[in-house]
Design a protein around this ligand. Structure first.
Ligand code: CA
Ligand code: CA
Length: 559
């Protein structure tokens, strides 16, 4: 999305200063399940896990069991020295992603764009941005991904085009041209049938811009260079469905749909109005014509994505859960788990068939490093929650190495979270480019390079490898039942995940001192710590969880 509420809110998050992770002595006692020290799962899954994962990733439900990775193509890998990441560069890093445990990619917009909003201003819906490569390069990316058992979703920006798009160039000329009704025009800077009003732009003073040639105003929910398409024009509605079909026939595995709740406007609302719901259902019908495809919504609403699922199988396969994904930093900074528990309860109440898409960062918000208050222990706790809550995790590129923010802004402040990936310690381009990067690297580029972190068993990359290996092939994390355990300590998040095969209790301490929580919610006695550090005791109907400062533990209760 572009200048969204999400961005505004999340950039404004107050994050507390870092505090060092504490060491904790293990205690043993009767009835307690206690780790003797940090338990770290192996860094790679077993062959058996891989075989189970391969089976889970086959068929129409693959997306529930996949780990996604959001790629900012421009900042991932340059292949020709122009300082701009490209498709051939991405192809050369597919083996890295596969080895990390990534099953599917979401590519930020790859279509030709003046780049007034990082590609979310499309000038041609059926071509590849020349700086990123050619359609042949894209087809090779699809083939090379498929060869590795990986899927590719692309960003579909339906609400608006670039003002440079030929459709708008024609529409703006006069009131009678063939594209005259393709955008939302008005004689005044407002319209009674558009309830978000004159000040309905997400940013700036007005959502209406005067076009001198036509002597009318056009509606733009975002930048003036991003005019909203008029979905009440049947030709527009058809053209954008045909666009989706074009890419599905090309072989993409689905779409991430940008600000998709904003397609239609009505007098009373501009967000997910009935006409928009109906249009989304028509996209879903189209997607369902193709086997094993999926689409994920970017909700405009931050705290409850439920309306994007409809009856469960007639709208989106997945929708982002921002209630956790954009606000966890506040929970850790305040040591208050309420928001996280609310998010989990909302996700648990999704209609049958719906799947949450889980993030701890994206191209729209702060780098997770900042949300964590630069505290690696908090960062790990947040990532553990993301990977163990019910849903499908989406890793934002560089999150696995705890990429740090940059300071340069070419478009807006979100560029601080869009800096080039660092692959090597080598200061001359850090393996990203042999030229000058389009945007300067973030802080500590050598330290956070894949090369440096690969060599360090205590690095964030090593943590991510273990976490993803731990999760792999265990369907319980993707689809198992989820139940919050209401511990009496406000800083200790705890929940049970279970299915027929296995059962786990996950606990994360948001506070920077050791904590313990008690709940009357019973779990089976026994079990063992399989990740992290902590103790779990069961005494009659009560259970007690103890965790070190900013600590976390996963207890296996069954089998
Ligand atoms: Ca390039
Ligand atoms: Ca719209």
């Amino acid at each position: 999305m572009n200048r969204s509420y999400a961005r505004t809110a999340a950039i404004a998050l107050v994050t507390a200063l870092a505090s060092a992770p504490a060491c904790t002595e293990s205690k043993s006692g009767s009835g307690e399940v206690t780790a003797t020290g940090p338990v770290r799962p192996p860094s790679r899954p077993t062959a058996e896990q891989q075989a189970t994962a391969a089976a889970l990733l086959t068929g129409p439900d693959w997306y529930r069991h996949a780990v996604f990775y959001e790629v900012n193509v421009r900042s991932f890998q340059d292949s020709n020295g122009d300082g701009i990441g490209d498709l051939n560069g991405l192809i050369s890093r597919l083996d890295y992603l596969k080895d990390l445990g990534v099953d599917a990619l979401w590519l930020m917009p790859i279509m030709p764009s003046p780049f007034a909003d990082s590609g979310y201003d499309v000038a041609d819906y059926r071509a590849i941005e020349p700086a990123y490569g050619t359609m042949a390069d894209f087809e090779r990316l699809l083939a090379e991904s498929k060869k590795r058992g990986m899927r590719v979703l692309i960003d579909l920006v339906l609400n608006h085009t670039s003002s440079a798009h030929p459709w708008f160039q024609e529409s703006r000329k006069d009131k009678t041209n063939p594209k005259a009704n393709w955008y939302v025009w008005s004689d005044t800077n407002g319209r009674a049938d558009i309830g978000c009003g004159t000040n309905g732009s997400t940013f700036g003073d007005s959502a209406w811009e005067l076009e001198p040639a036509r002597q009318q105003y056009y509606f733009h929910r975002f930048y003036p260079d991003q005019p909203d398409l008029n979905y009440r024009e049947p030709e527009v509605a058809k053209e954008m469905l045909d666009t989706a079909r074009f890419w599905l026939e090309k072989g993409v595995d689905g779409f991430r749909c940008d600000v998709v709740g904003l397609l239609f406007e009505t007098a009373s609302s501009c967000s997910l109005v009935p006409e928009t719901v109906e249009y989304i259902k028509s996209i879903r019908k189209l997607v369902d014509e193709f086997p094993d495809r999926a689409m994920v919504a970017e909700p405009v609403e931050l705290t409850n994505a439920t309306p994007y699922f409809g009856a469960g199988k007639d709208m989106f396969h997945m929708a982002f859960d921002f209630a956790y994904g954009y606000f966890w930093g506040i929970s850790f900074a305040t040591g208050d788990k309420k928001t996280i528990e609310n998010a989990m309860n909302t996700v648990s109440a999704f209609p049958d068939g719906a799947q949450a898409a889980l993030v701890i960062g994206s191209h729209d918000v702060l780098r997770a490093w900042q949300s964590a208050g630069t505290d690696p222990a908090r960062y790990r706790g947040a990532a553990l929650l993301q990977m163990t809550m019910r849903g499908t995790p989406f890793i934002y590129y560089g999150e696995e190495v705890a990429l740090r923010p940059g300071t340069a802004t070419l478009i807006d402040v979100r560029d601080t979270a869009r800096t080039p990936m660092t692959w090597t310690r080598d200061a001359a381009g850090h393996g990203f480019t042999t030229g000058t990067p389009w945007l300067p690297f973030g802080e500590a580029p050598a330290e956070t390079s894949v090369e440096a972190e690969d060599a360090d068993p205590d690095s964030m990359l090593s943590f991510y490898r273990s976490l993803l290996a731990f999760r792999r092939g265990h369907a319980v994390w993707a689809t198992g039942a989820s139940r919050v355990v209401p511990l009496d300590d406000r800083a200790v998040v705890s929940f049970v995940r279970e299915n027929d095969q296995e059962s786990y209790l996950v606990a994360v301490n948001l506070a920077s001192e050791p904590r313990e929580g008690v709940a009357s919610s019973p779990v089976p006695a026994g079990g063992r710590v399989v990740l992290g550090e902590g103790s779990l005791s069961v005494d009659g109907g009560n259970l007690k969880v103890k965790l070190p400062a900013n600590g976390y533990a996963v207890f296996q209760l069954r089998p």
